[in-house]
Design a protein around this ligand. Structure first.
Ligand SMILES: [Zn+2]
Length: 120
């Protein structure tokens, strides 16, 4: 990954809960042109709640999730922060899809949005 991080957030949608096996995904968004991968990548696409198609990319060798792109905003690449190495800089400023947040899942005190930030 090169370039500046465009957004930092957490997502408690059911798909992120299933993909991570926990209560939320921690995501840093980068311009898609700033993200490159050496080696083989497999993808899995499925419809998102928004009606867009979310395509998750993963390593076919070990299954680690690498990044995701939404047809809603494919100029952005969503990277799970944990794969980026030293990530002390991560400072999420919102929780999206708080409507499916679980009480046992501890998150920082940030604004919570039922779905996306710009929707109810
Ligand atoms: Zn999500």
């Amino acid at each position: 990954v090169s370039g500046e991080v465009k957004a930092m957030f957490m997502c408690s949608c059911r798909e992120c809960q299933k993909a991570t096996g926990t209560g939320h995904a921690t995501v840093a968004a980068f311009a898609s042109g700033d993200v490159s991968v050496a080696g083989e990548v497999r993808t899995f696409a499925r419809p998102a709640d928004s009606g867009a198609t979310l395509t998750r990319s993963f390593c076919p060798g070990c299954g680690t999730g690498l990044f995701a792109r939404s047809s809603r905003a494919d100029d952005l690449t969503l990277v799970p922060v944990g794969i980026l190495g030293e990530v002390g800089w991560f400072a999420p400023n919102q929780l999206i899809f708080a409507r499916s947040h679980q009480d046992w899942d501890l998150v920082p005190d940030v604004p919570r949005h039922a779905t996306y930030r710009n929707e109810a």
